[in-house]
Design a binder for this molecule. Structure first.
Ligand code: AMP
Length: 428
């Protein structure tokens, strides 16, 4: 197998150091396609969702461009629909560019304008902005966009959905006509296609088709605080009839821990993670395939070799890092004519990835709360480990996954997906 890595792009050493610091080893498909053409200076029409690695796909070549040329003037402008996406893009830019002396500033509504203007006065090469506040600052003449060399429209379709099209057009008027434009959208309805056609010159189209997951899989999200995940897993497995179950965790350590905890509760369970010897991994896989274990707790990387049919449930104990990984994970269930269920635990921090996952699924995913489960239990005091699931349900309580009143109440509770609404979105 040819190992593909980031050296192939000829990026500056300082930028590659940032890539390493982020822990990226292999470019994602959108990065593989987009980085070379963006480096050539071409306009790009990128059809890709959040979760595909598109931020680095445009930001790495931008950082490469910024290594040469003047500092302290705005040379790259990224327009984003929401402050969450702007913040996320800012974080990636700062980390990837940590050895390059590049300065990035975010500009969006709902927070102090003065602070943003002061940050701009100190000089930045990259501005990541939501359209509303940017126009506001432009009107005050507190930003100069006359030397912008690259414009990125990120989630352009969502910006249009949110009514930002007139704002975008006004911003385009103050940008130099001679520039590179990178246009990203997850979907291409007519209005977006027209906008792209009107601003891109001879663009290279890059597209990552996220294959829609099998229709035989039903999806459910279980909102839960992070400290209650183990208990919820134990309770869910007790309350639901499951066949073969594959549980995914983000880290190797957690895979082992969750497997241990389930084992203590009497489940026939094995872990599958990268720290295990090849023999131990094979034994876990064989045991799972042959029915010696009903539950396998795996990390994404370790799970690559799993080819076991008849998996009834995939449980995402941790939300995966990318939409691709979600599709991959749940591709393990609902194979052929069988049906399967994908249950994903959602903590409030998973909100952005949740939206990204929902965008590739045909319908909004049902939020479920397990009846009888104590969602308000406080974290265990440190040093007093309590066996997993020891307190999860009143004896004799019928196991039942409810979507009734309690679910309704939880839907309204600010703690579940309860971030403040985006002020850029309000009143527009
Ligand atoms: P994005 O689509 O840009 O929001 O990226 C989604 C997630 O994938 C982020 O958490 C990135 O840090 C991560 N990511 C991006 N590129 C890579 C890569 N080449 N390898 C591993 N993770 C990546």
């Amino acid at each position: 197998m040819t190992e593909s890595n980031f050296d192939q792009f000829g990026l500056d050493r300082q930028i590659v150091a940032g890539v390493k610091a982020m822990g990226y080893t292999t470019p994602t498909p959108i990065q593989q396609q987009a980085i070379p053409v963006v480096l050539e200076g071409r306009d790009v029409l990128g059809i890709a969702q959040t979760g595909t690695g598109k931020t680095a796909a445009f930001m790495l070549p931008i950082l490469q461009r910024l290594m040469k040329g003047p500092r302290g003037t705005v040379r790259a402008l990224v327009l984003a629909p929401t402050r969450e996406l702007a913040d996320q893009t800012y974080d990636v830019t700062r980390l990837l560019g940590q050895h390059t002396r590049t300065r990035a500033v975010t500009v969006y509504g709902g927070v102090s304008k003065l602070r943003q203007v002061e940050a701009l006065r100190q000089g930045a090469e990259v501005v990541i902005a939501c359209p509303g506040r940017l126009l506001d600052i432009l009107a005050d003449r507190d930003i100069d966009l006359a030397r912008v060399e690259v414009l990125v429209l990120d989630e352009a379709d969502r910006m249009c959905d949110m009514g930002f099209l007139p704002d975008i057009k006004r911003i385009l008027q103050v940008l130099p006509r001679h520039r590179q434009t990178l246009f990203f959208a997850a979907t291409m309805p007519d209005e977006i296609r027209k906008l792209a056609d009107s601003i891109l010159h001879n663009p290279a189209t890059v597209q990552v088709g996220i294959v829609a997951p099998a229709a035989t899989v039903s999806h459910a999200f279980y909102p839960v605080e992070a400290h209650l995940k183990s208990k919820l897993l134990a309770a869910l497995m007790q309350a639901t009839a499951m066949g073969r179950v594959l549980v995914f965790t983000r880290t190797k350590h957690r895979a082992s821990k969750v497997a241990r905890e389930l084992g203590k509760l009497g489940h026939r369970v094995a872990a599958l993670q990268g720290n295990m010897s090849q023999n131990a991994r094979q034994a876990a896989l064989d045991g799972f395939r042959e029915g010696k274990f009903d539950v396998l707790v795996a990390t994404d990387i370790a799970s690559r070799g799993i080819d076991v049919t008849e998996i009834s449930h995939v449980i995402n104990y941790d939300m995966p890092d990318t939409v691709d990984a979600y599709i991959h994970r749940i591709g393990r269930t609902g194979r052929a004519a069988e049906t399967g269920e994908a249950c994903t635990f959602l903590t409030p921090e998973d909100e952005e990835m949740t939206r990204a996952v929902e965008r590739v699924l045909p319908e909004k995913v049902e939020r479920r709360w397990l009846e009888g489960f104590d969602y308000d239990a406080p974290p265990e005091p440190k040093g007093l480990p309590r066996p997993l699931g020891s307190r999860q349900r009143q004896p004799g309580h019928a196991p039942h996954v409810g979507h009734g009143e309690r679910a309704q109440r939880r839907e309204e509770a600010p703690r579940v997906g309860g971030r403040a609404t985006n002020p850029e979105r309000r009143g527009r």
